[in-house]
Design a protein around this ligand. Sequence first.
Ligand SMILES: Cc1ncc(COP(=O)(O)O)c(C=O)c1O
Length: 387
Amino acid sequence: MLAPGLAERRQQQLYRSRRLIDGAQDVELQCDGKPLLSFCSNDYLGLANHPALIEAMQQGAARYGVGSGSSHLVSGHSQPHHALEEALAEFTQRPRALLFSSGYMANLGVISALARKQDILHEDRLNHASLIDAARLSEATLRRYPHNDVDALAGRLDKQSDGHPFIITDGVFSMEGDIAPLQQIAAVATQHAATLMVDDAHGIGVIGKEGRGSIEQCNLSMHNVPILVGTLGKALGTFGAFVAGSNELIETLIQHARTYIYTTALPPAVAYATLTSLKLIETEHWRREQLQTLIKRFRNGAQQLGLNITPSTTPIQPLIIGSSGKALHISKQLQQQGILISAIRPPTVPEGTARLRITFSANHSEQHIDRLLAALESVIKRDATQD
Ligand SMILES: Cc1ncc(COP(=O)(O)O)c(C=O)c1O
């Protein structure tokens, strides 16, 4: 019964399969038994395999055990969870923060807890799948505006008469790497008394002078962006997510967010290790500076090679290829040259925009970027001569 669907997916070059990583996540890793230089993880600051985090995780496990044993509201809310929530609140300069077990669950939890049937959720067309799924799960109406098109968004809000408007956007877009025009979006939200929610999964730790993310970069505060979602599994190098905002917001989520209430709290040792991530983010500015150096070097080199890069200023530097088959082919050829970059295909990205989602980590060196550029040059040139 399922085989024809799988065969069709394969034939459309959309079949997804997993690679087997052996050993720790880092820029140089072992994949399917071979050493590869990776440019596709979200470990932007190079913390996932940092010795201080490993040590903190070990200490956390020794003190608090492995499992949390239950949900936060039963008996699973332990001291490290609480300390991390307080540290995240301070870091994001908000009164409270609430931990979730993943970013996907945070988005589902927030939107389904806050939006009522008569409300309208205005979402950027390129928002992460979890934000789209969250809207579908809620009873409110989903309206998707063209990517970063503030005028189109304002036009839709002008026409809305019933229900409360929410504006929901990624801070840094996961597949494009560009930053939402948050200042303009916040102004539109104020004009229309709409509630603005920003999912900064790829901004927290990475952008803004202090690493506080796209809200810091755009000089905004909780006043403009009352709902902020951040993840811990990307730049912070661990696992989980959080929502930061007012006391009323957090108390409302504790009462109503089903993905908070009906699930096991994340392991306390993970929360304990994440406290160390936050300290590194606050003290080791060189990680963000290194990312900027790498981005500049890559973009200069890519422009010289005439590669089809987008205007991104973040460590997400997609190379748009077009067809899924071609993106897969290039990814495989790069792998033969020792470079790991997965091909991202529809429905994750719009039809006809399959791409190599290249990402950088503070653990990459400038020599790594040169190796990447040399591999791209040889693979893409060879591909062009075969077209
Ligand atoms: C913008 C955005 N939000 C949310 C998520 C989900 O976060 P998590 O991986 O913690 O579930 C992702 C992850 O890919 C993302 O890119």
